[in-house]
Design a protein around this ligand. Structure first.
Ligand code: ZN
Ligand code: ZN
Length: 399
């Protein structure tokens, strides 16, 4: 990136920014550019304002973050939006300076000039790029490679470097930039490492209002929480023991007590109590806690009661649950309109193949990933459903 303090000062059109508090960054994307874009962040009516470049009698509520030099023709060629704006009959067409809300990533993309800093942007900038894409109808596919590299550079191969809060804000970008590995690792870590109910988060600077339309479909969040619940059930099924009840040994009461005591002493039992509510543990904390299970056998002779349940029951359960869920698969979720779900359901059940290599899952996975992705799938209404909905709408209009 080239930045200079002098480059733009000769351009008289760059009117002084009346009440802006910080000096905007000056960024040259194209040395021989013929258009200056002033990228600004919206503010409330009482915060900084600046003079519009199109109509100097007007002000815009916002703060100019950056002044970017680009080429008109490149934008016109690469984007329908800019073609309409810069080559059409709008006021902007004749301008050599325009004001746009946020986002230099897109301009870098249009000019094929991503730089080191493009891969170090913060998460709100990624959301900004998505918001702009929706607003101007830019193709998110165009930034998929950039996002994939950003994700790896900042999060590592399995997104292990991100915090839980960061992962909560990355679910949506992973989905929108169609990154199946990122989405799987993020959903997997959230299922295992969230303390309590899992939800998605807006990053700093975004709210219900400014982030409107920028969220996952609720069925996906429901499915992520269902996966957590299912793992809880698997721990319970593996560990809760009725084996003492049917034993004919005389030490079974002592054995049963010692087993219960050992569970109690782990501090992560019973699951219903420790996995929900304010001070809930994450699944990962529970699996680790179960490592403290220390059963004191009442004797060394009884087949049942002298067992080392830590190695015969608890340990294997912990291992199984730890490996059970590989995260959600975007391909299993997304191909709604192309897939015949009834057929697939039977196909999977019959063949015991879960990643549908032939249907294009981009990573290998087993049944739980398929099942919870299947639950979160996009499914277009079929002809029968559309007809019925239309009939009902008509009937209610006539009421
Ligand atoms: Zn016994
Ligand atoms: Zn899949």
């Amino acid at each position: 990136m080239t930045t200079t303090g002098r480059l733009f000062t000769t351009n008289a059109r760059l009117s002084r920014v009346a009440t802006t508090t910080t000096t905007p960054r000056e960024i040259i994307i194209d040395e021989s550019g013929d258009l200056i874009i002033r990228v600004y962040k919206k503010s409330s009516a009482f915060d900084p304002k600046f003079q519009s470049s199109i109509d100097s009698s007007k002000t815009i509520d916002g703060e100019i973050l950056a002044i970017i030099k680009v080429t008109k023709k490149t934008l016109v060629d690469k984007s329908v939006y800019f073609a309409a704006m810069l080559a059409g009959g709008f006021g902007e067409a004749k301008q050599d300076t325009i004001d746009l809300e946020d986002e230099q990533l897109w301009f870098r993309h249009f000019h094929d000039s991503f730089n080191e800093a493009s891969y170090k942007v913060l998460i709100p900038t990624i959301w900004g790029a998505l918001k702009i894409a929706q607003f101007y109808n830019f193709k998110t596919e165009d930034l998929e490679d950039w996002f994939g590299k950003w994700l790896k550079d900042n999060g590592g191969d399995k997104l292990e470097k991100f915090t839980i809060e960061e992962l909560q804000t990355l679910l949506y970008p992973c989905q929108e930039f169609d990154n199946p590995h990122g989405f799987a690792h993020a959903t997997r870590r959230l299922v295992y490492e969230t303390e309590g109910h899992i939800k998605e988060l807006f990053p700093k600077g975004f709210s219900k209002w400014s982030g409107k339309h920028l969220h996952l479909h609720p069925r996906i969040i429901t499915s992520i929480n269902a996966a957590r619940g299912s793992l809880k059930t698997k721990i319970h099924q593996g560990i809760y023991s009725r084996r003492f009840f049917s034993s004919s040994c005389s030490c079974k009461m002592e054995g049963y007590f010692q087993y219960g005591l050992a569970l109690d002493k782990t501090g992560v039992w019973p699951l219903e109590e420790v996995m929900h509510g304010r001070d809930a543990f994450s699944l990962q904390q529970i699996l680790q806690g179960l490592g403290r299970f220390g059963y004191k056998a009442p004797n060394e002779t009884c087949n049942l009661c002298s067992q080392d349940f830590a190695t015969t029951v608890v340990g294997p359960t912990v291992d199984r649950v730890q490996r059970n869920f590989e995260g959600l698969c975007l391909d299993c979720i997304d191909k709604g309109e192309k897939r015949d779900w009834d057929f697939e359901y039977r196909y999977h059940q019959a063949r015991r193949v879960w990643d549908m290599a032939e249907a294009g899952c981009r990573f290998e996975h087993s049944e739980p990933t398929w099942y919870f992705s299947w639950m979160a799938r996009k499914q277009a209404a079929d002809f029968f459903e559309r007809e019925r909905d239309a009939r009902k709408r008509k009937a209610s209009e006539m009421d």
